[in-house]
Design a protein around this ligand. Structure first.
Ligand code: MN
Length: 382
């Protein structure tokens, strides 16, 4: 039986000419771009004078060669096309999806506020066409997070366009103070005013060539160590929001951590409560409610394969757990979403499964049309 699920973690793939077609050449040439090595093993990311080399995961090779003789890897056919993408989603049983940028994730490494703001606006103008095409795409607005003034301007502009979520890197842009500092107060106020969801995606720490993403650790086990390490930033980001009283001052703000599993939620809640109680004399600011109450009420998490994430809801009582496909990334479920959904949810009670597959997402994005009933096919296009 087909299971329908909303995805709390998906990605758009920006076209190569996004910046050159929308910005003056003097700005476009400083924007992030990636160039793959001919053998597909590494890529170089160029960002405003920085060069970051990184190894690429091996995708399943199809055995085909493209016109340049490069190996063609299996990827989602609709990754770059808003119409084909709906067919991919229908096939996989994915209804609505929260869509993050791809190249936009590198924006937090730009250190010129005006350049960053121009780049974010260009990404957002392009991304919003997806949501305009079909409300099943819930696009995240990329926010320039070097300073509060530029951030608030773009948050308000994006909300005016109709964005329902803003993509926040798990740390502010390189060199800016962290999320628990007062400097960001106007940003939280703007997020509360606009009602947009604060959407953190893991693995989005600001980086420069010296602390490049994905290679904090070297040596035996490096790939596994680094992959696991990418998870923690999302936990740190919401811990900073809770501890510095953001949800105390703005109880309507909702924050989502995408792609990072979910059992960390109850764990972090316990750690925060113990500190709040046992270290009370050192705790500033005081909070109106226990830290755990904010985590359970204001914070959401999406996961793709994690068996334990289901238990964060069914055994630990965190209701804000939702599934995510990570389409079209290699960590995601494209090609096996139905198998994964059945493995995860077949032995889970119906109400809990419904909450994780569609309900928690609908709570964040009530404007999205309801998912089809399980066991039915997608309605034909309007
Ligand atoms: Mn993702």
């Amino acid at each position: 039986m087909k299971i329908w699920a909303n995805s709390g973690d998906s990605h758009l793939v920006e076209p190569d000419d996004l910046f050159t077609s929308s910005l003056p050449a003097s700005l476009a040439e400083r924007m992030p771009r990636t160039v793959k090595d001919p053998d597909g093993s590494h890529e170089t990311v160029y960002i405003d004078g920085q060069e970051i080399r990184r190894r690429l995961p091996k995708l399943a090779a199809t055995g085909l060669r493209d016109e340049q003789g490069l190996t063609v890897f299996e990827r989602a056919p609709g990754a770059n096309d808003m119409k084909l993408r709906i067919k991919d989603l229908d096939g996989e049983g994915i209804w609505a999806e929260l869509v993050y940028p791809s190249i936009g994730i590198w924006m937090s490494s730009i250190q010129d506020p005006k350049l960053l703001a121009a780049g974010c606006a260009a990404i957002n103008d392009w991304a919003f066409e997806y949501q305009r095409y079909n409300p099943r795409y819930v696009c995240t607005a990329t926010v320039p997070l070097l300073d509060a003034e530029h951030a608030v301007t773009e948050i308000q502009r994006a909300a005016g366009m109709g964005f329902k979520a803003a993509y926040f890197s798990v740390t502010p842009a390189l060199g800016a103070p962290d999320w628990n500092y007062d400097l960001w107060e106007p940003v939280w106020a703007a997020m509360a005013d606009t009602g947009m969801v604060v959407a953190f995606h893991i693995g989005t720490e600001a980086h420069d060539a010296a602390t490049m993403h994905g290679a904090y650790f070297r040596g035996p086990g490096g790939a596994l160590i680094n992959y696991t390490e990418t998870t923690y930033g999302g936990q740190r980001a919401v811990t900073k929001m809770i501890a510095s009283g953001v949800f105390d001052r703005y109880p309507d703000i909702k924050a989502l951590v995408s792609e990072g599993g979910a059992t960390w939620g109850p764990f972090v809640a316990d750690r925060l409560d113990e500190a709040y109680r046992q270290h009370a004399s050192m705790v500033r600011p005081a909070l109106r409610r226990l830290p755990s109450e904010y985590l359970y009420a204001n914070v959401y998490a999406s996961f793709q394969h994690d068996r334990s994430a289901v238990l964060a809801m069914t055994a630990m009582g965190w209701r804000n757990v939702c599934w995510g496909s990570d389409y079209p990334h290699i960590e995601g479920t494209f090609g096996h979403s139905q198998k994964t959904l059945h493995q995860l949810f077949d032995d889970v009670d119906e109400a809990s499964a419904r909450r994780m597959t569609v309900g928690a997402f609908e709570e964040l994005f009530p404007h999205v049309p309801p998912a089809p009933a399980n066991g039915t096919e997608a309605p034909t296009e309007r």
